[in-house]
Design a protein around this ligand. Structure first.
Ligand code: NAP
Length: 276
């Protein structure tokens, strides 16, 4: 088993994830894994970095596929005895003018952005070594979507005692409510992406609390962040930040020094803690 530190970035064959891998290759003192659901696209991305003189390693990971997540888990356990940095970046968004029925958009978006990310956390968080860092890429849209929720839902999502099971129940209820076309009546905002990112931000707050309760002495720091509005296939060419600029806050959180005890359980943008 290797003692080399190891970092893993999900959904990193392109966009912000790719830029996060690029920055980690330059700054992280260990092995950096570029992961992708499609091995062809993943290997192509690794080759692109190689041309820049950077050495990323590749492992397949489809966050929608539990078997794929568990294969990565077993690989990390076997080869490194755990992991030091996990960046949950993989995500999807339907385009604004997409005519796919809203209930389908809700199911598909929540499946990857919330349930997929949660499954990765369930399998990989127990492997994170002392002084490790976990970064969940959410979005400022989670804050605006929170503002669009009913007062009762806002209270639940801001609660300091909400459990992961309760959050899963709420995310499941959103999908069910869209199928019955009652989501707005039930207090939800009209954005599947926004609700999925509420899920990611609240999940991060819960996970940080759990680390405090169960692994206090391990000094693991876990946060959610927004990369900003970034020129990628998801956000389009009019966005204000380059992918490298979008990677700055996630990379800052992934490389917090080992003597730092904060931020932890926070939501950040532009390297600044935001009020939830
Ligand atoms: P992007 O260019 O569309 O890249 C998304 C990445 O996620 C791709 O590598 C994609 O792989 C991967 N992915 C999607 N579903 C996956 C799955 N099931 N398993 C594994 N990988 C999967 O988007 P981006 O703009 O870089 O977004 C990265 C993250 O930042 C997302 O979480 C997004 O919500 C968040 N974000 C972006 C912005 C922005 O302005 N761009 C703003 C706020 C937050 P494929 O190539 O195989 O599809």
């Amino acid at each position: 088993m290797s003692n080399v530190p190891v970092a893993v970035v999900t959904g990193s064959n392109k966009g912000i994830g790719f830029a996060i891998v690029r920055a980690l290759c330059k700054q992280f003192p260990g092995d950096v894994y570029l992961t992708a659901r499609d091995p062809g696209r993943g290997q192509e991305a690794v080759a692109k970095l190689q041309k820049e003189g950077l050495c990323a390693l590749f492992h397949q990971l489809d966050i929608d596929d539990l078997q794929s997540i568990r294969a990565l888990r077993d690989f990390l356990k076997e080869k490194y005895g755990g992991l030091n940095v996990l960046v949950n970046n993989a995500g999807i968004a339907f385009k604004v003018h997409d005519t796919t029925p809203f209930a389908v958009q809700a199911e598909v978006t929540l499946k990857t952005n919330f349930f997929g990310t949660r499954n990765v956390c369930t399998e990989l968080l127990p492997l994170v070594k002392p002084y490790g860092k976990v970064v969940n890429v959410s979005s400022m849209v989670s804050s605006s979507a929170l503002g669009g929720c009913s007062r009762e839902l806002q209270q639940k999502f801001r609660s300091e005692t909400i459990t992961e099971d309760e959050l899963v129940e709420l995310m499941t209820k959103f999908v069910e409510d869209t199928k019955k076309s009652v989501h707005e009546k039930e207090g939800w905002p009209n954005t599947a992406y926004g609700v999925s990112k509420i899920g990611v931000t609240v999940l991060s707050r819960i996970q940080a609390r759990m680390l405090n309760e169960k692994r206090k002495g391990d000094h693991i720091l876990l946060n959610a962040c927004c990369p900003g509005w970034v020129r990628t296939d998801m956000a389009g060419p009019k966005a204000t930040k380059s992918p490298d600029e979008g990677a700055e806050t996630p990379v800052y959180l992934a490389l917090l020094p080992s003597d730092a005890d904060s931020p932890h359980g926070q939501f950040l943008s532009n390297k600044t803690v935001r009020t939830w």
